[in-house]
Design a protein around this ligand. Structure first.
Ligand code: DQA
Length: 145
């Protein structure tokens, strides 16, 4: 199985930004953690990574992924809360997509409690730190049956 992990805006700043919320670890630490945990789930899982601060680049990547992957785990960052274009991109492909968040967006500012992108996804996982991504990959696997 082959999965794509997409990280949206400001997630390249992990380890530097709001450490009290997002922790001390960097995006490279996140990638290493996901690769390590995927190996434990199944030696044969391939996982690719993409991060961008630009909405259009994320949309292009979702379109490209359509025939290349078995599913996407996406943390759209702040685009979660207002990007109908990313919602439409997810709706445009046949892929299973799980939305993840490092922090629990439901116990933060009111604007974070609304996700426009989650409506296009199988589901949303929020608040488990880096493990949100692992739970997301497990959700994709289980959903495939
Ligand atoms: C985030 C939550 C978003 O509200 C925020 O804009 C982010 C990160 C999270 O992973 O907790 O950039 O998606």
């Amino acid at each position: 199985m082959k999965f794509l992990v997409i990280n949206g805006p400001n997630l390249n700043m992990l380890g530097k930004r709001e450490k009290g919320i997002y922790g001390e670890r960097t995006i490279d630490d996140l990638k290493d953690y996901i690769k390590k945990e995927c190996k434990i789930i199944d030696e044969n899982i391939v996982v690719d990574f993409f991060q961008s601060n630009h909405e259009g680049d994320i949309i292009d990547k979702i379109h490209e992924a359509n025939t290349l992957y078995d599913g996407i785990v996406i943390n759209p960052g702040a685009f979660t809360h207002y990007s109908y274009a990313i919602y439409d991109a997810i709706m445009s492909v046949q892929l299973d997509v799980v939305e993840v968040h490092i922090s629990n967006v439901h116990k933060r500012e009111e604007f974070r409690q609304k996700s426009v992108t989650a409506k296009a996804c199988i589901g949303q996982i929020s608040g488990f730190g880096f493990d949100s991504y692992i739970l997301g990959i497990n959700a994709l696997i289980k959903n495939k049956g």
